[in-house]
Design a binder for this molecule. Structure first.
Ligand code: GLA
Length: 729
């Protein structure tokens, strides 16, 4: 049993294999956050709350002479606005009389088996093997007929808790929900660091670690996308926590639009962490009897450092977030036409690319941007999802069939949520683009964003994408999204602009949900100029995401390193491209590009028709090697053995029973008289003996772990090595 209700229904103790989470109700009905951390018995901790008469922290009216109870100092589980808690609030209502408040008091609880559906939103699912139990705590707004349900999903063996919120207006009058986060927790003690994953286009998800102080540390996106700049996930940890030691907590948002998350220490040394929809782009009308659901946050705790935290997230993503038949299936090795030809191709070029690809052992050809409407550059064509038959030398169907005849699968690029002003769609429906009346819109990549909050827009896209998928044998779609959203104004009748940003996201999700339901066999890869929507929301529909537009292997190692804290390598699409690299101008050996790319959903993105015989032979051998290693790369656990900034980077894949370990090392900086590189693999069985063919050496797991692998001779800059350790039977 994962949910314990104790103290006559006043304390709720969520118990997982290695963690405990406790919430309690105090004498005034405030819901308090009492514990989240290592597993402890289900014993009430209400008396750990330190009450005191603190100046300028007021008391609820009913406390009368008791000056020690203040919402401002209590460790709150979900903080209401304007009722004596002056810290960052979780929720605020605007009532018809103009008042703004949210005074939440505990009312009742419910325990359910299974998960609670969040209508219209992606969220985690459970399975018979790995079930979820749900606790719902209902809070009543003190002066109005509104209830707030805090929903906790407990995945006991996975050490995961999900949180979301459901708000219902039981009254007769419309109220406005002015802010509504998904999760908040007040940690009662301890110094904490916060790690976030920031970046930019072509350099996403670089970890940044700062101590949590009285100055609020916040990440957010107001771009209508989870963004390249701040990933919607954060870690809180003790200052001493590292990969293999120490307490840490991970929070990741199951959402792909604007968000806010942060942490701040209060006057009593408590730390509040929270995450949810960005309040600046949110104000929701709640009509009588209407309910609003927030997106979900996935939370996990590890007492053994970041490696374990990541393993828990990776498992959660593979078993409870990603859906469909491709999650655990071998993905086809692909060639993508983008860096091979950009917009400049014709039928013959694509077929030639396909023929070369087949010869090398590639399994799928992906036709990227430029195949539809009037699209010879990025100035026009978005929205017109009909093939350019002149350019393709016939129909898309006939091209796809010819690719199939070569023995390859066929994939296609689309960017559904966008519209070019120079398109038939825009000429027919200029009001379908997000623009603000009397203002010129912001253009980015010369394109505008469709108003996905409108049903007719979603319907148009659904019909057009279905037509494409029905008319041609398409095995894979790359769904791109190449600008941030602004001019967030819907021209739909009766639109309420405070809702537009979130309704926009719900529109995209409804389109993704309908398409993935109708085409369950389709392999869907999402993308947003690379990794601008690399989040758990998108992963509910697509098991892989183009990790970054940066294909430089050295940068990619860093990007994949940062990405791996929350997301498994199976979600990171990663390709070998040419050198000098198109984004950075760097030249890296082909073998290193291969080693880095095979760490994700693997493919190539280069003009195969221009390869030398030597390169062709090398790629043929790479694909053979990949085919041998693919099972461990797909299902093995991934471990970061170093971090960026050193002279080399190293990482490891380990099979479930630790029978094989695949270890990589790449030299990132050369030096004179190089100091030897020693790598210490993780997770081997200390008692078993492992053979490494590359070193022709057998020794115990214990020795491999402790004494390490000597990389000798030390490779020079950007060279790499790979070691496969296998248990000797
Ligand atoms: C984005 C993608 C690229 C490519 C181009 C096409 O930048 O990330 O991989 O598909 O769009 O325009």
């Amino acid at each position: 049993m994962a949910i314990h209700v104790i103290e006559n229904g006043k304390v709720f103790h969520l118990q997982t294999a290695h963690s405990s989470y406790q919430i309690g109700v105090d004498a005034y009905g405030y819901l308090l956050h009492l514990w989240y951390g290592s597993r402890i018995p289900a014993e009430p901790l209400l008396d750990l709350v330190c009450k005191a008469d603190i100046g300028f922290s007021g008391n609820p009216y009913e406390a009368d002479l008791d000056r020690t109870t203040s919402p401002d100092t209590l460790p709150m589980e979900f903080a209401g606005y304007g009722c004596g808690d002056f810290r960052e609030s979780s929720i605020a209502f605007l009532f018809p009389d103009g008042s703004k408040a949210a005074d939440l008091r505990y009312q009742s609880y419910e325990v359910l088996s299974g998960t609670v559906e969040l209508p219209g939103l992606p969220s985690a699912y459970d399975t018979p093997e790995e079930p979820c139990e749900t606790l719902i705590l209902t809070l009543q707004e003190k002066a109005s007929p509104v209830t707030v349900d805090l929903i906790y999903g407990v995945y006991e063996q996975q050490d995961v808790i999900t949180r979301s919120v459901r708000v219902t207006n039981h009254g007769q009058e419309k109220i406005l929900l002015d802010r509504c986060l998904s999760c908040s927790m007040d940690f009662m003690e301890g110094e904490l660091d916060m790690i976030t994953f920031s970046g930019r286009h072509i350099m996403e998800r670089t970890p940044e670690r700062v101590p949590v102080t009285h100055a609020r540390s916040e990440i957010c996106s107001l771009r209508g996308m989870s963004s390249h700049q701040e990933n919607p996930a954060l870690i809180l940890c003790r200052p001493e926590t590292d990969e293999t030691h120490g307490d840490c907590y991970g929070l990741a948002f199951v959402y792909s639009g604007s968000f806010m998350a942060g942490a701040q220490m209060d006057q009593r040394g408590q730390t509040r962490v929270n995450m949810g929809l960005h309040p600046e782009q949110f104000c929701w009308r709640l009509q009588p009897e209407e309910t609003f659901y927030t997106p979900q946050v996935v939370i996990t705790y590890s007492g053994e450092g970041f490696d374990t935290l990541s393993q828990q997230f990776h498992h959660m993503v593979k078993e409870h977030i990603c859906r469909g038949e491709w999650v655990h299936k071998r993905r086809p090795v692909l060639i993508n036409s983008w860096e091979a030809a950009y917009f400049h191709f014709n039928r013959e070029k694509i077929l030639e690319l396909g023929r070369c690809a087949k010869e090398l052992g590639v399994e799928m050809l992906v036709l990227d941007d430029g195949w539809f409407g009037k699209r010879e550059d990025d100035f026009s064509g978005l929205g017109d999802w009909t093939e350019n038959q002149q350019k393709l030398g016939g129909s898309l169907c006939s091209l796809a069939e010819e690719i199939h005849k070569l023995g390859l699968k066929f994939g296609l690029w689309v960017e559904p949520e966008m519209i070019s002003e120079d398109s038939d769609l825009y000429r027919a429906h200029p009001d379908w683009a997000l623009t603000v009346p009397d203002r010129k819109p912001i253009r980015a990549r010369y394109q505008l964003v469709l108003d996905m909050s409108r049903e007719e827009v979603v319907e148009y896209l659904y019909q057009n994408l279905c037509r494409l998928l029905d008319d041609a044998p398409i095995d894979y779609i790359k769904w791109d999204f190449n600008r941030s959203v602004c001019d967030v104004f819907s021209r739909a009748e009766k639109a309420f602009q405070g809702e537009t940003a979130h309704r926009w996201m719900l529109g995209t999700y409804s389109l993704l949900a309908r398409l993935t339901a109708r085409y369950p066999k389709l392999l869907l890869e999402t993308c947003s100029g690379g990794g601008g929507r690399f989040d758990l929301g998108m992963m509910c529909y697509s098991p892989q995401i183009w990790c970054s537009d940066n294909t430089d292997a050295v940068c990619r190692m860093q990007i994949q390193y940062g990405t791996s804290f929350f997301y498994p390598t199976s979600t990171m699409a990663s390709h070998v491209s040419v050198c000098p690299n198109h984004q950075t101008g760097r030249t890296v050996p082909l073998e290193t590009r291969f080693n880095v790319a095979m760490t994700g959903a693997f493919g190539y993105e280069m003009d195969f028709t221009r390869l030398t015989e030597e390169e062709k032979q090398a790629i043929r051998e790479q694909i053979e090697t990949y085919n041998e290693l693919e099972p461990i790369l797909r299902e093995g656990s991934y471990h970061r053995l170093t971090r960026p900034g050193g002279r080399w980077m190293s990482w490891e894949f380990l099979t479930e029973k630790a029978e094989k370990a695949l270890v990589f090392a790449v030299v990132t900086e050369s030096e004179g008289n190089a100091v030897p590189i020693r790598i210490h693999p993780r997770g081997l069985d200390p008692e078993k003996r492992y053979f490494c063919a590359e070193l022709n050496r057998v020794c115990s797991g214990q020795t491999w772990i402790q004494a390490g692998i000597l990389v000798d001779p030390t490779p020079s800059q950007y060279e790499s090595k790979r070691f496969l350790l296998q248990v000797v039977k």
